[in-house]
Design a protein around this ligand. Structure first.
Ligand SMILES: [Zn+2]
Length: 118
C-alpha cells in the first residue's frame, strides 16, 4: 500500500463511519453511535501506528562486514574499494529486507547508475 492508497483508505474509512454514525444516531440508539465513534478512533489509531515503510533500516556493522567479505572487499562490478555504498538488491520500498542475501556493496558510480535505472 503506497501513500496515496493510504490516503484514500483514510477518506473512505472516515466517510463510511460518519455515515454509519449518522444513520444509527438518527434511527438507532446513542450507544451504537458511541460504538461507531470508538471504531473511528481505533481506525485513526491503526493508521497512525502504521510503520513508515520508506524509512531506511540502518544496516548493522556485522552485516556490512559479511557482504564485504563475500565480495572480496570491493564493488560488485569493478575493483574499486572506495567509497563503497551498501545497496538493497530488492529495494526496501518493494519489500526488500535488510539481509546479507539482499545486500550488495557498490562503488558510488555503480550505485548511482543502478539507482537511476530503478
Ligand atoms: Zn563499481
Amino acid at each position: 500500500m503506497n501513500e496515496k492508497e493510504g490516503f484514500w483508505v483514510w477518506i473512505i474509512g472516515i466517510f463510511f463511519l460518519v455515515v454509519l454514525g449518522w444513520a444509527v444516531w438518527t434511527y438507532g440508539g446513542k450507544l451504537i453511535f458511541f460504538i461507531c465513534l470508538l471504531l473511528l478512533i481505533l481506525l485513526i489509531g491503526y493508521f497512525l501506528r502504521q510503520p513508515r515503510r520508506y524509512v531506511r533500516e540502518s544496516i548493522p556493522e556485522w552485516m556490512k562486514q559479511e557482504v564485504l567479505k563475500r565480495q572480496g572487499g570491493h564493488c560488485k562490478y569493478c575493483e574499486k574499494n572506495y567509497p563503497l555504498q551498501f545497496h538493497h538488491i530488492v529495494p526496501v520500498h518493494k519489500g526488500g529486507l535488510t539481509t546479507i542475501e539482499n545486500l550488495e556493496c557498490l562503488c558510488s558510480n555503480h550505485h548511482d547508475s543502478i539507482s537511476r535505472v530503478r
